[in-house]
Design a protein around this ligand. Structure first.
Ligand code: SAM
Length: 398
């Protein structure tokens, strides 16, 4: 079946039509003419995959990653970096104008280092082969290198065959000093190999989340702030873009003193805002991240910081203070309705929403429309060549 791709949807899938019914096709772009196979049929739409390109869009480029057509990690590497930014900007502008009557142009801060930027990889190991699962399957795509991962992670990947590790998962993270922290999830026997240690700056190895060598954390530095980050704590994966985003947020909140930092991770955003008079309260669900946050306040001599362990939706209503600014940085599923209600009742003057999922961002912001005016929206290309984009929306109370 032949389809001509006319535009992209919000997940950057190509949109075409079959007898007037819409079809979404991944890895395509406007101008592509392709032979497709229908993979899903719903009442109002189809989903399909490309069997053969009949004509390429003039804008299409050759993917630079050999695993691109299977792996599903870099959904946009068939377009130039500039075009990927163009489509991300267009997507955000469409969502904000259609849903929130916000018609301003949205700037997306670009990433100079658009390849080899990720500081964390989560790999699967199947019968001694290391790689990622093909998108929406349990079929392994064996990889020798990941073009979005930092070189220090790829160097570890190359040497991983030193381990006789046959089945399981590997989580590897690295930092701005190229140090390596690994968590190996497996029933296989794991030895600490001297040759491996001598080739990489290994700070810690864990097996099934238990430390078997070195320490279970590493340190990161962002804009002069030092962070301890445990193996299971969240930390922004793109050093360059996180620094730019933190500067932006710091500037927005520079005149605020009582700040509630929801989904605070290792105290990341709050500590960027540290200055003498600032009082920051953070809430986070991961115990090690809260321990990191407490440690990080000490490491950076930041007073007047307090952190609460637990679910934001359970704790937020029990916090007995008022705040003049609230910053939220939730996971992809966005804010819980209870959390939205309590924020509205708290009536902060400024409300900053950091989001990695524009769809849940828009859903949540609709609840704030009556009470808050959108001051600015800015994108940060935290995940180049993937369909993801980080977005910061700054709102002030009407
Ligand atoms: C996108 S990260 C942001 C972390 C931090 N603001 C940063 O910039 O590094 C989201 C954080 O929310 C935490 N989290 C997820 N669900 C949560 C919940 N229901 N309550 C509290 N924290 C949660 C995760 O563990 C993670 O640390």
């Amino acid at each position: 079946m032949e389809v001509v791709i006319e535009k992209l949807d919000h997940q950057f899938r190509g949109i075409g039509y079959i007898n007037g019914k819409v079809i979404f096709v991944t890895k395509t772009m406007p101008g592509d003419k392709c032979e497709i196979e229908i993979t899903k049929e719903k009442k109002n739409y189809f989903e399909g995959k490309v069997l053969r390109y009949i004509k390429f869009s003039e804008k299409r480029i050759l993917p630079s990653c050999p695993y691109s057509s299977f792996c599903g990690g870099c959904d946009l590497d068939h377009m130039s970096y500039e075009d990927s930014l163009f489509f991300k900007k267009k997507m955000l502008e469409e969502l904000f104008s259609k849903n929130l009557n916000y018609f301003e142009s949205i700037f997306i801060e670009s990433c100079e280092k658009s390849w080899f930027y990720r500081n964390k990889l989560h790999l699967k190991v199947v019968e001694g082969k290391v790689g990622f699962y093909e998108s929406k399957t349990h079929r392994l795509v064996e990889i020798k290198e990941c073009k979005i991962a930092k070189h220090s992670l790829n160097a570890v990947l190359k040497d991983f065959s030193m381990y006789s590790f046959s089945n399981g998962e590997i989580m590897i993270r690295t930092n701005d000093n190229d140090e390596i922290l690994m968590d190996l999830i497996t029933e296989d026997k794991i030895e600490i190999l001297k040759d491996f240690l001598s080739k990489h700056k290994i700070v810690g190895i864990l097996k099934n989340h238990k430390c078997i060598y070195g320490k279970p954390f590493l340190f990161e530095r962002r804009n002069g702030v030092l962070y301890q980050v445990s193996f299971d704590s969240f930390f922004q994966i793109n050093e360059e873009m996180s620094k730019k985003m933190f500067c932006f947020i710091k500037n927005v909140l520079k005149n605020f003193e009582k700040i509630l930092d929801l989904y605070c991770g290792v105290g990341t955003l709050g500590l960027q805002l540290y200055k003498e008079k600032v009082l920051v309260t953070g809430i986070e669900i991961v115990p090690n991240a809260i321990l990191n946050a407490i440690k990080n306040a000490k490491l950076n001599h930041a007073k007047n910081f307090q952190f609460h362990l637990g679910k934001v939706e359970d704790i937020i209503s029990k916090i007995p203070y008022s705040f003049d600014a609230i910053i939220v940085d939730p996971p992809r599923n966005g804010l819980d309705p209870k959390t939205r209600d309590v924020i509205l009742k708290m009536k902060p003057e400024k409300f900053v929403y950091v989001s990695c999922n524009p769809m849940t961002l828009i859903r949540d912001l609709k609840e704030f429309e009556d009470d808050y005016r959108i001051e600015s929206v800015q994108g940060f290309d935290m995940f180049p060549y993937t369909k993801h984009v980080e977005c910061v929306c700054v709102m002030s109370r009407r």
